[in-house]
Design a protein. Structure first.
Length: 227
């Protein structure tokens, strides 16, 4: 079985434990799981502890935010010869096909069991089809910018933008709908994934020192209380 690129940094794989043991699959609610792991394993009790330690502050102005403040989109930060987008597609899709001569870097097609909607999406690389599957920053770059990242070094922002822990292949339209929303204003419509989604956002924010607003913390606590 191929070792998936970018999984080394993930604290989130296989099942969500806590509250008596909760399994959170990335696949549809029917029980199908995606080929990337491909779920999230984060102890809910640990997520609550980490949430309790996050700094609570108001949202700073968005002034000065630009995507390139987090480095070029989808850089090859791990120097494996593949850009981050293709690394995550390779990790999260199943039945992938690759462009010849790219050492299994460029994903031409595959199947996504979308964690946000539960839908099965056929991915095909192309000008009119690639956006059907997008790579979501679970903690959006703009959200991070307004909650601490303005003070980071350029190197740390680049690391954040390309960290597999903070990245997930998802339904393109839902990613657009989410935009730069935090947990107080947007949650995946598929309720079975919300515990894993919130726990992983907390993991990312704890890793990088991104703060939360009071409303966001309340929303996260509400989701975790139901896990």
């Amino acid at each position: 079985m191929r070792v998936r690129a970018g999984l080394a940094g993930l604290a989130a794989v296989v099942a969500l434990a806590g509250c008596g043991g909760l399994e959170a699959r990335t696949g549809a609610d029917t029980g199908t799981s995606s080929s990337s792991s491909k779920s999230d394993k984060i102890d809910v009790g640990e997520a609550r502890k980490k949430l309790g330690k996050l700094e609570v502050k108001g949202r700073a102005p968005r002034t000065g935010f630009e995507r390139d403040k987090f480095g070029p989109a989808w850089a090859d930060v791990d120097r494996n010869g593949c850009d981050t987008r293709n690394d995550i597609l390779k990790r999260d899709l199943r039945d992938e096909k690759f462009k010849a001569g790219t050492h299994d870097c460029i994903v031409l097609s595959g199947v996504l069991d979308d964690p946000y909607s539960g839908k099965t999406i056929q991915f095909k690389r192309g000008q009119d089809t690639s956006t059907d599957v997008q790579i979501d920053h679970l903690v959006p770059l703009s959200d991070a910018w307004q909650k601490g990242a303005q003070q980071w070094t350029a190197a740390k922002r680049k690391e954040f933008a390309n960290d597999p822990l903070n990245l997930l292949a998802v339904d393109g339209p839902l990613n657009g709908q989410k935009s730069d929303s935090d947990a107080a204003t947007w949650l995946p419509p598929r309720k079975a994934y919300r515990c894993a989604y919130i726990a992983r956002q907390i993991e990312v924010k704890a890793k990088y020192g991104v703060w939360v607003t009071s409303g966001e913390k309340d929303a996260m606590q509400g989701i975790l209380s139901s896990c």
